[in-house]
Ligand binder design. Structure first.
Ligand code: GDP
Ligand code: IMO
Ligand code: MG
Length: 432
């Protein structure tokens, strides 16, 4: 038995979905524990591409169980669409394969409008560049204790009451603060009651189900969304998402005890990307940045926005290892670096006269921060065929070795292409 958490170490889109899909092959169940359909996880299996926003990336295996934990925010219409798409592809999702926590909060139509309204009113330089999916307002309501949870769908009266209370408050904001039209109770109620009919058989006690699995000696994989630098507490606040993205939240967001976790895998893209606004010390504004964007196909899987690109940042890698308790690194997209004559690794930051080995505590410090780079040799060969580290050019092996030395963490998974088979699994976290 082993229970493993996968998290992003940077600003998301590190390739978590691909690695989750690969490791699901060795697990019994997969759990999403935070975030919502702001996530976009792309997998390529037998040449076919799948993008998941809400359903765990493990769903492609018919004999595995998937869970959406209490820490996730669920837009029921998006979930149903994802289920329909899977059914159309010959993979119908039934309650034996997917359980939704009754405690997960629902993204309501007003959350999406409030997300858009709030972004529109922020001044230039203060906009977050959210995905517009209603994530922040939904988590806000959860903390304010005004949220509506999936379990509320099962009791029509309570649902209607809670919706009515919320609409009174939200319509005031929508009309007065944002100049939008108010929402009417009946159409929203009717829409959600239709969702309720379809979703009711999937709703249950996820924490209890996971405990049963653990007692039966099953292998559980926890799939993080976003990345460490987007964490609401530890990221580049306020340019972050509205949940804790770090490994600790795998336990809170699913109701699973921390003592039962055996390994934490940090997904590290071989360079860095960021979608949306906010600090990005190693960002490149030159043809090298463009080349990474092009070769890496760096477009957001959720919003289609171009991802900002830059060199690998050792400072944030080390920070992610510390904050998440990462035991193993999975280095992805190594193939994208082929053809770069020289690579750079940020080892620390210069702020005025001082040297920083961590991300600054204060957002203002980013304005005068300069990364200090260590130069490393690049390689010209394409490497997507590599299935063993010995198949890699010596300079690619040296790049990986330097990352391991610098972060003091072994790179036990290496990824050289989007396909499931384009991966080297050097240590299996489930079997040791
Ligand atoms: P996630 O949000 O962390 O799951 O990552 P995304 O799916 O948003 O973005 C990663 C993108 O890179 C996807 O299009 C993947 O198919 C692709 N990808 C993953 N690993 C590799 C790799 O090793 N090489 C290449 N070229 N593409 C990869
Ligand atoms: P995956 O799981 C990359 C970013 C948005 C924005 C900020 C806040 O695919 O790695 P939100 O809509 O969450 O309130 O937006 O967070 N963001 C992501 N960036 N990958 C993601 O998910 C992201 N989810 C949110 O671009 O800057
Ligand atoms: Mg993504």
């Amino acid at each position: 038995m082993a229970n493993v958490i996968i998290v992003g170490t940077q600003w998301g889109d590190e390739g978590k979905g691909k690695i989750v899909d690969l490791l699901t092959g060795y697990a019994d169940s997969v759990v999403r524990f935070q975030g919502g359909n702001n996530a976009g996880h792309t997998l390529v299996v037998e040449g076919k591409q799948y993008i998941f926003h809400l359903i765990p990336s493990g769903i492609l295996y018919e004999d595995k169980q998937c869970f959406i934990g209490n820490g996730v925010v669920v837009d029921p219409a998006v979930l149903l669409q994802e289920m329909k798409k899977l059914a159309d592809q010959g993979l119908p999702v039934n309650p034996r394969r997917l359980m939704l926590s009754s405690r997960a909060h629902m993204i309501m139509p007003y959350h999406k409008l409030l997300d858009a309204g709030s972004e529109a009113q922020l001044a230039t330089g203060r906009k977050i560049g959210t995905t517009g999916r209603g994530i922040g307002p939904c988590y806000g309501d959860k903390i304010l204790r005004r949220g509506i949870r999936l379990g509320d769908l099962l009791d029509r009266e309570t649902f209607r009451e809670r919706l009515q209370e919320n609409l009174e408050a939200k319509n005031f904001l929508l009309t007065r603060q944002y100049g939008m039209d108010p929402l009417q109770l009946d159409p929203v109620y009717d829409e959600f009651m239709q969702h309720a009919e379809q979703l009711a058989p999937f709703i249950g006690n996820v924490a209890l189900a996971l405990d049963r699995q653990r007692r039966e000696g099953k292998h559980i994989l926890f799939e993080g969304a976003q990345g460490t630098q987007l964490d609401i507490d530890h990221g580049t606040y306020p340019f972050v998402t509205s949940s804790n993205t770090i490994a600790g939240n795998a336990c809170t967001g699913s109701g699973f005890g921390p003592a039962h976790i055996d390994a934490v895998i940090g997904i590290l893209k071989a360079y860095t990307t960021r979608v949306g606004e906010g600090p990005f010390p190693t960002e490149l504004f030159d043809p090298t940045g463009e080349a990474l964007q092009q070769k890496g196909g760096e477009f957001g899987a959720t919003t289609g926005r171009k991802r900002r690109c830059g060199w690998l940042d050792g400072v944030i890698a080390k920070e992610a290892i510390r904050l998440n308790g990462i035991t193993d690194l999975a280095i992805t997209k190594l193939d994208v670096l082929s053809g770069q004559p020289e690579l750079q690794l940020a080892t620390d930051y210069q702020v005025g006269d001082s040297t920083l080995e961590t991300m600054p505590e204060n957002l203002k410090d980013y304005q005068q921060l300069q990364p200090v780079y260590e130069k490393l040799a690049g390689w010209s060969e394409e490497i997507r065929h590599a299935r063993h580290p010995d198949d890699l050019p010596a300079k690619a092996r040296a790049y990986i070795k330097r990352i391991e030395e610098f972060t003091e963490t072994p790179a036990t998974i290496l990824s050289v292409g989007p396909g499931r088979e384009e991966t080297m699994l050097l240590r299996n976290p489930f079997t040791g």
